[in-house]
Design a protein around this ligand. Structure first.
Ligand code: CP3
Length: 348
């Protein structure tokens, strides 16, 4: 197996810096758009044959060191009793957002091995395909952290201010903690089920946790996210903890858990690593919009990230957030190649 991604998660020496990209399967690829022209996003997520094809699409074109399961963060909401859909061009839309404590009282706990069995089937199918491939890369599974999941359930979709989410958190902490406790139990169990099905690493997305200051993160979020990492402990699978706008809370995210901490592009990688501590690995952190720049500008940005990692074991190259739909496939290919050509001081 091509193991430099897993080795870097464990901060072991590697021959080349490993690289993969958030949203490496997605609309920037013509073959993804072709499937999407015939199937909705939820159809693809719920159909193991289609989800397997899409998971493997980027591996044919781009020299990445890991595959990421094609699924969506929001899938656990529906079996909890929070149905949603994806509206073209607008993102997720939750039918009946949570607004009161009574709404939270009505939510259901569920067994992910039953309600999300299709995701687990996709994992098993992808692993069979990867193991038969010449270039066998590890498969990353993922789930959402309670703050980010709760924010969609409460706001009803994307938000810039998280006003409704924070209003509930501050005005009814008991209801907030009950909701997050339930989300943590479900996601913890779901992550265990993904590992049993065969994923070789797990990324927990707390995409919007950067909306909180450190004290609020520690009071309202950290204990819940920590329960998800605790649930996975001892399963032998490295964990990644990622969010955006998190410069002020990197040390708190580290305290919540994760063998690897993901940083976005707003903070220089060396500064982020210092805040996280060198006893954890780091993932990041090129600005995804730099992939829209001329090639030389993009590659100079990549070099700056690699130089800041300074050859220290435990750097996984990635973007600071997902690949944008208008990105050219050629730029993504060139970027992965460039990262692999970069000579690490300690490597041959
Ligand atoms: O390649 C991969 O990274 C794996 C697939 C993946 C998807 N969603 C498929 C998807 C992953 C890891 C996710 C996680 C996810 N989903 C997150 C966390 C990561 C992040 O972006 O911060 C969040 C917040 C969601 C919820 C979600 N799904 C939103 C807000 C949107 C709309 C925004 C957008 O990019 O259009 C989605 C839609 C979605 N999920 C797409 C993909 C490839 C968009 C493409 C489409 O509609 O076909």
């Amino acid at each position: 197996m091509k193991d430099r991604f897993l080795r870097a998660c464990r901060r072991e020496a590697v021959d080349r810096t490993p690289v993969w990209f958030m949203r490496q399967a997605g609309r920037y690829m013509p073959e993804y758009r072709e499937i999407r022209s015939r199937h909705s996003l939820l159809d693809i997520c719920k159909n193991p044959e289609l989800a397997t094809i899409v998971t493997l699409q980027p591996l044919r074109r781009i020299d990445v060191d890991a595959a990421i399961l094609f699924s969506d963060l929001l899938l656990p909401l529906e079996p909890m009793g929070i149905p949603f859909d994806f509206v073209r061009g607008e993102g997720p839309a939750i039918e009946n957002p949570l607004r009161t404590e009574a709404d939270i009282d009505k939510l259901k706990c569920f067994e992910p091995r039953e309600a999300l069995a299709h995701v687990l089937k996709t994992i098993r199918m992808v692993r069979v395909q990867l193991e038969g491939a010449a270039d066998n890369v590890p498969l990353i599974g993922f789930g959402g952290a309670p703050f980010t999941l709760a924010s969609y359930a409460i706001e009803g979709g994307h938000s810039n201010t998280f006003a409704l989410t924070k209003a509930l958190m501050y005005s009814n902490p008991r209801a907030w903690h009950r909701l997050c406790d339930m989300l943590a139990s479900i996601v913890g169990e779901y992550m265990k089920a993904q590992i049993e099905a065969g994923v070789q690493a797990i990324q927990i997305f707390d995409s919007w946790a950067g909306a909180l200051n450190s004290a609020d993160y520690r009071e309202f979020v950290l204990p819940h996210t920590r329960r998800i990492f605790d649930a996975m402990r001892g399963m032998g699978v490295p964990t990644i903890h990622f969010g955006t706008g998190t410069a002020a809370i990197l040390a708190d995210m580290r305290a919540a858990g994760g063998d690897v901490i993901g940083a976005d592009w707003r903070i220089p990688l060396d500064e982020a690593w210092e805040r996280i501590g060198y006893d954890r690995a780091i993932q990041g952190n090129l600005d995804p919009t730099l992939l829209l720049a001329p090639l030389d500008r993009m590659l100079a940005g990549a070099d700056a990230v690699l130089q800041k990692a300074n050859g220290r074991p435990g750097h996984i190259f990635n973007l600071g957030h997902g690949i944008l739909p208008t990105t050219s496939v050629e730029h993504v290919q060139a970027l992965a190649q460039h990262v692999h050509r970069y000579r690490l001081a300690h490597a041959g």
